[in-house]
Design a protein around this ligand. Structure first.
Ligand SMILES: NC(=O)c1ccc[n+]([C@@H]2O[C@H](COP(=O)([O-])OP(=O)(O)OC[C@H]3O[C@@H](n4cnc5c(N)ncnc54)[C@H](O)[C@@H]3O)[C@@H](O)[C@H]2O)c1
Length: 277
């Protein structure tokens, strides 16, 4: 097979050229790698994030590489903030082809030390925020499609970010786990209710990822052994390990995938390290 044919087939399946991708949390450790990758594949990337300084850094890197990126301050789960970010994206690009709900927070606390404030804060960003922005974008794309000819209609793909914690619990992570289990339920609901509009929804489900926020856990012998024992591949995941699945879910290569929990965890949920025989 010639290089030219391989490139052509890869391009047909995975190119994001001219896709408008709105991503929340695009300034974070995982989100920023995904944003840069999407831009390299030709997408018009819009980052909505709370952290303006970090967003500016990601935008500068994308600009330097010749990619296209717009940044907008977003405060999840505030409905007005969500509405203005979605409207600003549509004002600039006319449509949204992909919504990537990546923003997420955690605070490790035992349930007996839990509080209403902790619950509201984590559920607010991780679940309510993703829920509200999804509805906002979906309704606007449904209305837009009514005005467009068949060949120009938006086939919205939503990539929600869930977690190993959607399925398996860790001590001190109850509210985070509840929010991420909710992301799985929301993904399946979006998939079944919005298929009739030509929309899809899937959940990128990372395992134990090494980022700035989890450095403290990975550098602690007790926690790192606990995690490594549970990862078949016996190494942490890194933000770059999330790129293949993120591209698949945003691209037309996944055109018949919806409602899936797309686990990228180095064999963690498969059972982790086998016992010795
Ligand atoms: N790091 C891991 O080990 C891991 C594992 C599984 C799943 N995840 C999930 O992956 C996603 C990204 O995680 P990360 O490790 O890159 O975290 P991160 O903290 O580096 O990035 C999160 C981003 O969300 C933004 N954000 C936080 N609160 C916000 C708000 N109220 N409004 C708008 N933006 C807000 C932050 O500014 C940040 O840029 C999260 O949903 C997280 O739950 C992470």
């Amino acid at each position: 097979m010639s290089k030219e044919m391989i490139t052509k087939e890869l391009y047909r399946l995975f190119s994001l050229e001219n896709k408008v991708i709105l991503m929340t949390g695009g300034a974070g450790a995982i989100g920023s790698e995904i944003a840069k990758c999407y831009a390299r594949l030709g997408a018009k990337v819009v980052i909505g994030d709370f952290n303006e300084e970090a967003m500016a850094e990601v935008k500068a890197e994308i600009d330097k590489e010749g990619g296209e990126c717009m940044t907008l301050k977003l405060e999840l789960p505030d409905a007005d903030s969500i509405n203005s970010v979605v409207d600003a994206t549509i004002d600039k690009y006319g449509r949204i082809d992909v919504l990537a709900n990546i923003a997420g927070i955690n605070k490790r606390t035992l349930m007996t030390n839990g509080s209403e404030e902790t619950y509201d804060r984590i559920m607010g960003v991780n679940l309510k925020g993703a829920y509200l922005i999804s509805i906002n974008v979906a309704k606007k794309m449904i209305a837009l499609n009514e005005t467009l000819p068949e060949e120009q209609k938006v086939h919205l793909s939503i990539m929600n970010v869930a977690s190993y914690n959607s399925v398996m619990m860790l001590g001190g992570n109850s509210v985070y786990g509840m929010s991420k289990s909710g992301i799985h339920a929301m993904t399946r609901s979006q998939a079944i209710e919005w298929a009739k509009y030509g929309f899809r929804s899937n959940a990128l489900t990372p395992g134990h990822i090494s980022t700035k926020l989890t450095t403290q856990l990975w550098s602690d012998p007790y926690y790192s052994k606990y995690m490594l024992d549970r990862i078949a591949m016996a190494r942490p995941g890194y933000p770059e390990d999330m790129l293949g699945m993120s591209v698949l879910l945003a691209s037309d290569a996944s055109s018949y995938m919806s409602g899936q929990l797309c686990i990228v965890d180095g064999g963690c949920l498969a059972g982790g390290q086998p016992w010795e025989i």
